[in-house]
Design a protein around this ligand. Sequence first.
Ligand code: OAD
Length: 270
Amino acid sequence: KVLKARDLPSVVQYIESSACENVMLMLGAGVSTSAGIPDFRSPETGLYSNLQRLNLPHPEAVFEINFFRRNPVPFYTLAHELYPGKFRPTITHSFIRLLAEKKLLHTCFTQNIDTLERRAGVPDEKIIEAHGSFATQRCIDCQRPYDDAKMKDHIKRKAIAKCDSCQGFIKPDIVFFGEGLPSAFARAVPNLRKADLLIVIGTSLTVHPFASLTGMVDESCPRVLINMERVGDFGSRTDDVILLGKCDEIVLELCQSLDWEKDLNRLWEL
Ligand code: OAD
């Protein structure tokens, strides 16, 4: 057993010790809800329970490649609402940058496509956008890349962008159901063995392969879950710590105990 107890003070003590050098993060939509971006599966507020107006056969269809081929309108409607640029990083995003500044962050694996990690100033080389992002886009037929400014303009107008050469629909490089994850993800996964702390924040851990990363850290690596509810197999290992509640509040409490609150606020106010 590595931690004294399965609680926040034990995690703080561990982070302060010399044993903690390589922190790995796994993030989901819950880290961005306080920025005003809905998550997917929360009842009432989640995207999937609010998509009736898009006339989908089932909510996930909006992110299914075969559905998009037939009807890209629902995705473009959603993209218009979720397009990065409208939202400001949260306290939790600033905490991630702080971990990087303290030289503790090894890799931040994120499922989020909102690019708020980058906007918070987390170094690019520390971030693995496992489900891609809105940063680039291409034709779904000939794979030809499409211009950033033109894409932005189309999403702004909710107009479907089409390939200049083959007229195929243009899709941001977001990983849809039915598509493979970026090669950078596969390259980064073996690093999980180097983890001496895993912190999982704001995800339901329902989408694979991402969710299975929690099982890839060593048995001796403490795993911390910061989420509204218990998810995955958290609790099954002796050094699992489950901190339930809003992530910004828990992160703030962690930073207060670590005496990092001033640093956190400095980054948050940037
Ligand atoms: P989900 O919506 O499935 O899960 C979000 C989790 O965060 C839930 O457990 C919420 O209770 C929790 N949560 C929400 N707000 C929170 C807060 N302020 N503090 C702490 N926890 C909070 O989102 P993901 O797990 O990210 O894929 O979903 C995984 C993937 O499914 C997404 O990447 C997306 C989706 O289909 C693609 O688009 C390819």
